[in-house]
Design a protein around this ligand. Sequence first.
Ligand code: CO
Length: 214
Amino acid sequence: MSNYQELFDNNKKWVESIIAKDATFFERLSKFQSPDFLYIGCSDSRVPANEIMGLEPGEVFVHRNVANLVVSIDLNVMSVINYAVAQLKVKHIIVCGHYNCGGVKAAMEPKDLGILNPWLRNIRDVYRLHNAELSAIADEHARYNRLVELNVQEQCVNVIKTAVVQKSYAQNRYPVVHGWVFDLETGYIKDLEIDFDEKLKDIQQIYNLTGGQY
Ligand code: CO
């Protein structure tokens, strides 16, 4: 357990350890960023984006919110996706959920959760969309894990629905969208192996936004 003042001590040690290995690291870091990856994950403190992927500062653009949701009227996540694709030209977009996600758990409970209701509604919608599959899973924990995976899958679909992703992919063949689940019990990432081309084709039957101005 850290106390507040320790954060500055930690920061000092971190800077010193980096400079000891690479004296011009921060000088280079301050000039520009050119990450290949956009990571959209949960705010959960147990799933730190850079660490689980072994990436350094400058290597991944990160957005986190409760239960890693991609909501079309959320200006925050939409700005992140637009900037990452149109300006940074990321090659991969990763939506990473995690088992034992409190947000997903809360959405499974038949309860009024106040200000969280409209946010968690997005997960309840995922449940409704996949009700047949989920209801057939008798074990509650297995059902919870599957909802975590299906939520990631649907958020990937939401990324694919955006004009900026569709247009960039039509022109450049990137970014490709990936769905992952982080397993808190093992530390390993599970790739859901979402077939990006197939999902894009499906989506574009209804949500094709490649026409018009970039
Ligand atoms: Co979570």
